[in-house]
Write a protein that binds this ligand. Structure first.
Ligand SMILES: Cc1ncc(COP(=O)(O)O)c(C=O)c1O
Length: 366
């Protein structure tokens, strides 16, 4: 097995991966139209549904793309012509879904908040009442902009009372935060291969209710990002319609196996241990956070930037990067922040080492 230097990625994906996931990409060349490869994809799709306990009710469409491609597939496939999409916008990824819908001339009802404000279920109810032409609601589960965990269960319950279907961007929560999709009853959830599932970048999946297929067959907005044709195409032929990133698929297979070996609880509790070490260490250094504790995803932390005039994010980044730690800038939150995530193949010792390095930077500017 080839070993490479281990880097500690504290950006919210693509994440630090295991050597076994990296090495899973070194495989014999294979044509993705071979039966053997079709069986690999079939297994991956079934297991992706199992991660969120959706067996027998949900199915998965897999695309070669980054996460945004999956959002594009879900939104353009789901919202019928003449109907509107209500978007909960309390971070950059909510805004992205609005821009995406508008690109396809899909009417949007915007529930706009500052990045870092918690959505009010009452306000969403009011918008649903006032806009009867809304057929779908889109919300980000874990808003990676701020580290906020949005109240998806309440939003799903409320939307369904209004006959509205729900699209949940689970990009940075899937396989990290336990999700029971049958409990949510969300119609569509989306995630990608390179975040908490800990695979390589290049694949995105939409997990959706199987009984939506007849309705989806009527939607023809996108040729490539069409959930119906992608799902049905694979069912008919055992092949992906378009060339998949072959080696990335093998890495995802390995990452899924490692997920099930660790277990849903195991992964969540490892991330929690990382989180506890991180929070305590940052507090000891006098740093404070954007969100109140109860709104935190406990996977990513938006930290208020130090007031010290000598502080400079880029300088801090470069100082830490040289020591093998990658950190992430803020993304338009209501206060200036930088972000640290604990997702990926990371352990409390990694976070402790990072805290020593961060302290080194902060001491150097004190
Ligand atoms: C919540 C959320 N949605 C969407 C995306 C977009 O994914 P990508 O950059 O892979 O297209 C990200 C990426 O970080 C994300 O965190």
């Amino acid at each position: 097995m080839k070993k490479v230097d281990r880097k500690i990625l504290l950006n919210p994906g693509p994440a630090t991966t295991t050597d076994t996931v990296k090495n899973a990409m070194v495989v014999e060349d294979i044509c993705p139209r071979e039966e053997e490869f079709g069986a690999l994809i079939e297994g991956i799709k079934n297991d992706l549904v199992k991660v969120v306990h959706g067996e027998d009710e949900y199915i998965a469409a897999l695309f070669a793309a980054s996460g945004t491609g999956g959002l594009e597939a879900a939104i353009t496939s789901a919202v019928p012509k003449g109907k509107k999409l209500l978007v909960v916008e309390n971070g950059a990824y909510g805004t992205r879904m609005i821009k995406l819908a508008e690109t396809f001339d899909i009417g949007v009802v915007r529930y706009q908040l500052e990045y870092g404000d918690y959505p009010s279920v009452e306000a969403i109810g009011k918008l649903l009442k006032e806009n009867e032409d809304v057929s779908h609601l889109a919300v980000v589960h874990h808003e990676t902009t701020t580290g906020m965990l949005n109240p998806v269960q309440e939003i799903c319950d409320l939307s369904h009372k209004h006959g509205v279907e729900v699209i949940v961007d689970c990009m940075s929560s899937y396989a990290g935060i336990p999700i029971d999709v049958k409990k949510w009853q969300a119609e569509y959830i989306i995630s990608s291969s390179n975040k908490c599932i800990q695979g390589m970048a290049g694949l995105v999946f939409v997990i959706f209710k199987a009984d939506l297929l007849p309705k989806l067959s009527e939607q023809k907005r996108s040729f490539y990002f069409n959930i119906y044709s992608q799902y049905v195409g694979f069912e008919k032929t055992g092949q992906m319609q378009f060339t998949p990133p072959v080696q990335v698929c093998y890495a995802l297979r390995q990452a899924i196996d490692e997920y099930f070996a660790e277990g849903e609880e195991g992964r969540w509790s490892r991330y929690q241990k990382n989180w506890d070490v991180l929070v305590e260490g940052l507090q000891d250094m006098g740093l404070s956070f954007l969100l109140p504790y109860e709104q935190q995803s406990k996977i990513l932390l938006a930290i208020i930037e130090p007031k010290n005039p000598k502080y400079n994010f880029d300088a801090m980044h470069d100082y830490l990067y040289e020591k093998g730690f990658t950190i992430y800038p803020g993304k338009g939150a209501k206060s200036a922040t930088f972000r640290l995530s604990v997702l990926g193949d990371l352990y409390p010792k990694d976070i402790e080492d990072f805290l020593v390095a961060l302290k080194g930077y902060l001491t150097s500017i004190a």
